[in-house]
Design a protein around this ligand. Structure first.
Ligand code: DAH
Length: 344
């Protein structure tokens, strides 16, 4: 039996020497050491031996089994490490290679300015109207008629409107003020809304003017709204947007849909009031028009001007952006020059 054990051990060692892979080793383990393996077959026969022989052969069997287990383990680790190294070598990633940079777009300065203005006005209690109530292609009815600008009134020429060819009463809106009418039609005050959007005017393009630009319309109608409320909201807005130190002025003005009307100017940031091409020598840039909603406008949408009053304002987004970031030419916003846009 002793010889038999040694014979098995020698043949197992030989098999191990010939093994080429982890799977070879696993078959060797199964062949010799598993429950049905060759060593176990021998151990089963131990019971037929004398006590003395049982002891000698039994301990030899254990010794040989342990030796074989050790040899198998060593061999297994050798192959395991070899295979792992080969795999690591094959899948190697060169982390020193420079990455491919992903080009990220920036938020356009007019979008961020609009967002900033909207956020401030929301903080002052205004909510943004759904865009469906603020179409860019508009009928004269909303762009003019309902805003107290009668047909043939010279005020229609104040804003050089783009008319469409399809229907004579359809225009590219010249102002966001039509959104006021959409916001009031069929509704009961209190109404406190803003509406940002693009407007179009047939103007000669220059540093201060483009043939399309952006406005944010505001409207507040309720019982007892006063001109003092209007000034309070606009002053607070300007203080938050520009900071307290920027000189501004309130100037009386005329708009057909407000009475009384006013405009707000902010000192030109480019020349600090001395006069330059951006402010066409005046030292000031007009940033918004405003006023108390004309009783005719309220009446038109079925709101009784003896019960309710309101104020409205229309802000020029480009002007606000130019004055904050010292941009001296409105055309820079629209000609897609990356050297300009990447600064924001
Ligand atoms: N719609 C005017 C414009 O484009 C600006 C304006 C003036 C809007 C007075 C208003 C307002 O809401 O009350 O020049």
């Amino acid at each position: 039996m002793k010889e038999q054990l040694e014979k098995i051990y020698n043949s197992a060692s030989q098999d191990l020497d010939n093994a080429n892979s982890i799977s070879d080793i696993e078959s060797i383990k199964a062949k010799y050491l598993s429950r049905k393996g060759e060593f176990n077959e021998i151990k089963k026969n131990l019971k037929n031996l004398s006590d003395e022989d049982k002891r000698i052969v039994g301990s030899l069997a254990n010794e040989i089994t342990q030796k074989l287990e050790g040899a198998i383990k060593t061999k297994f680790e050798e192959f395991y490490n070899k295979e792992l190294n080969e795999k690591l070598q094959k899948d190697k990633i060169d982390i020193t290679l420079p990455g491919k940079s992903v080009r990220m777009g920036n938020i356009h300065p007019l979008t961020s300015t609009t967002n900033e203005i909207v956020t401030i006005l929301q903080g002052l209690g205004f909510s943004v109207v759904p865009s469906i109530q603020s179409p860019e292609v508009e009928t004269e009815y909303y762009n003019f008629d309902m805003l107290n600008v009668p047909k043939d009134h010279p005020a229609r020429d104040m804003q050089d409107t783009f008319y469409t060819k399809g229907a004579s009463n359809v225009v590219l809106r010249s102002q966001t003020s039509g959104a006021q009418i959409h916001a009031m039609e069929g509704k009961k005050p209190p109404i406190r809304v803003i509406s940002p959007g693009r407007v179009y005017r047939n103007e000669e393009v220059c540093a201060r003017k483009n043939n399309f630009f952006h406005q944010i319309e505001g409207l507040y109608v309720d019982k007892g709204v006063t001109f003092g409320d209007l000034k309070g909201v606009l002053n607070e807005f300007i203080r938050i947007y520009f900071g307290a130190s920027r000189p501004t002025r309130f100037r009386s003005s005329f708009f057909p849909f407000t009475e009384p009307s006013a405009e707000v100017d902010v000192q030109c940031i480019m020349c600090e009031g001395k006069g330059c091409r951006t402010c066409s020598g005046t030292g000031w840039l007009e940033v918004l028009g405003a006023g108390m909603v004309d009783p005719n406008v309220l009446r038109g949408v079925g709101i009784d001007p003896d019960v309710y009053s309101g104020f409205a304002f229309g802000m020029g987004v480009e002007r606000f952006a130019m004055l904050k970031y010292a941009i001296d030419d409105i055309r820079l916003f629209f000609n897609d020059d990356e050297r300009f846009l990447n600064q924001f």
